[in-house]
Design a protein around this ligand. Structure first.
Ligand code: DCP
Ligand code: MG
Length: 343
């Protein structure tokens, strides 16, 4: 195919929600480097530079051309001196020494490893690191560490759930869940969200919205669905969070990472999935099934549009959509609603 026509850098918006971005990334060499640095700042709880590198990566991902000299970035938004210095190193030497330093850092490596376990966030990872633990066997051999239910499942299914989920596997799970919700109620609504809705070929999990066309009927849907999956023998793990959504309490002005809808974080057993040995060992070799992480969220139908928008991602797109609403439109957007602050 012909190379895409270059977009002038000066027309690129500072908001991800105003940038047409395909799944093709012509600047992966830079964005991978930025992601390492962002993650390193995240592990050290330094928010500013972390966000700056994620924004810079998002801008480069939207370009339908590869940056070949630093001059080409002159008119691009969100690229600061630090980002440009990293790009310059990569352009000149093919690699960034700052990134390499991070990648060889013991603390970064350990936190990266620990947080790759389902149920282990930066806080827990940090706690384990400070205790001198460096490997999974260190953790599992430490008698004073009490793993919670999620972390136990995380270790149990580590090989499977650290392997990417394919689009075909996401579709197969969609069929299973579709059949299960339709057996509960004929007016069920099911939507695939997250990365797969954006057209990605692979994901770390599969995200769905499940609800009913009759307002209020969704209240029992999620528990019935969980019961169904349990009966089928495919529910390997379930963390169910009941709804705390209250329309009369909106809008919530403080920043909230999570919405208030009923949701559950699952590990499901997917039968008939082609199991090939992965980087992290072959948990499922020869078994004919694999474990997959699935998230289900269940908003009332009158909140469906906002929930669908909020759960489609990407994270940066959602962040900038809210920022755009706030600063450019004086409106408040979250996964529940859109408010006009002047009314
Ligand atoms: N999301 C959200 N609030 C959260 C977590 C996620 O609004 N606390 C939204 C934004 C995400 C989407 O839901 O883009 C799905 O979350 P994932 O972490 O599953 O992200 P993706 O599906 O985009 O990527 P992946 O392929 O890694 O699953
Ligand atoms: Mg996802």
């Amino acid at each position: 195919p012909e190379a895409p026509a270059p977009t002038p850098a000066s027309t690129v918006s500072q908001y991800a929600c105003q940038r047409r971005t395909t799944t093709e990334n012509y600047n992966k060499i830079f964005t991978d480097a930025f992601e390492v640095l962002a993650e390193s700042y995240e592990f050290n709880e330094i928010e500013g530079p972390c966000l700056a590198f994620r924004r810079a990566a998002s801008v480069l991902k939207s370009l339908p051309w590869a940056v070949q000299r630093l001059g080409a970035t002159e008119d691009l938004p969100c690229l600061g001196d630090h980002s440009k210095a990293v790009m310059e190193e990569i352009l000149q030497y093919g690699r960034s020494f700052e990134v390499e330093k991070v990648l060889s850092d013991e603390r970064y490596q350990t936190l990266k490893l620990f947080t790759s376990v389902f149920g282990v966030g930066p806080k827990t990872g940090e706690k384990w690191y400070r205790r001198g633990l460096r490997s999974f066997s260190d953790i599992l051999a430490e008698p004073s560490i009490q793993l919670n239910r999620m972390q136990q499942s995380g270790f149990l299914h580590y090989g499977d759930i650290s392997r990417a989920v394919s689009k075909a596997e996401a579709q197969a799970l969609g069929n299973i869940i579709d059949e299960a919700v339709r057996a509960i109620t004929p007016d069920a609504v099911l939507a695939l969200t997250g990365g797969f809705r954006r057209g990605k070929e692979f994901g770390h999990d599969v995200d769905f919205i499940v609800t009913t066309t009759e307002q209020g009927k969704e209240k029992r849907l999620l528990t019935s669905l969980i019961d169904q999956l349990k009966e089928q023998g495919i529910l390997l793990f379930c963390d169910h969070q009941a709804s705390t959504f209250d329309m009369s309490k909106l809008p919530s002005h403080r920043f909230e990472a999570m919405d208030h809808f009923a949701k559950c974080f699952l590990i499901l057993r997917l039968e008939g999935s082609q199991v090939v040995g992965g980087l992290h060992g072959a948990e499922g070799d020869g078994r004919g099934w694999r474990a997959v992480r699935v998230d289900l969220v269940s908003p009332p139908i009158d909140r469906y549009a906002f929930a669908l928008l909020g759960w489609t991602g990407s994270r940066q797109f959602e962040r900038d959509l809210r920022r755009f609403a706030r600063t450019e439109r004086r409106m408040l957007l979250d996964n529940h609603a859109l408010f006009d602050k002047t009314k």
